[in-house]
Design a protein around this ligand. Sequence first.
Ligand SMILES: CC(C)(COP(=O)(O)OP(=O)(O)OC[C@H]1O[C@@H](n2cnc3c(N)ncnc32)[C@H](O)[C@@H]1OP(=O)(O)O)[C@@H](O)C(=O)NCCC(=O)NCCS
Length: 148
Amino acid sequence: MTELTLRIAAATDLSLMAALEARSTAHPWSEGQYRGSFESGHQLLIAQNGADIVGLAVIMLVLDEAHLLNIVIDQDWQGQGLGRRLLGQLMQRERQQGALRMFLEVRESNTIARALYESIGFSECGIRKHYYRAEQGREHAILMEASL
Ligand SMILES: CC(C)(COP(=O)(O)OP(=O)(O)OC[C@H]1O[C@@H](n2cnc3c(N)ncnc32)[C@H](O)[C@@H]1OP(=O)(O)O)[C@@H](O)C(=O)NCCC(=O)NCCS
């Protein structure tokens, strides 16, 4: 299995990132959210498989905690093992940067992402009730953590 190439996004990549997410998930971040995250100093990463841009991730590193704020595989590339590879590489990358644990939050209804997180070593550590806006009403955020 070849490694994905991870590169740090520049300001000129923000519209590309928002467009990738918009076609790949039901609840995408806006370009403004990407810009705010970029300006806050978060790590915005673009994943390439050869020449193809296949996904992205956003991480906030706080001391020895890596907070995975977003992870997306382009819709055209989902279900082919790339999300698992990307997350594995992110965990390794953050460990190398001194993080001891990774945290994330995920919609309760996002069974695909939750299955990936559990199978790669995350476990539930909390719940934020009615946190996300949903098609009808609101839904809970499940908080998860993994040792790196
Ligand atoms: C969640 C996401 C990153 C996973 O990436 P992916 O490349 O599609 O997933 P993979 O092919 O690597 O599969 C990883 C695991 O996810 C689960 N999975 C993937 N596709 C699935 C499907 N269609 N049905 C059920 N489970 C599925 C499985 O547990 C799979 O493990 P397996 O390969 O051992 O069966 C991707 O689907 C995505 O970008 N979704 C939209 C954005 C999103 O929800 N991000 C998470 C925000 S918290």
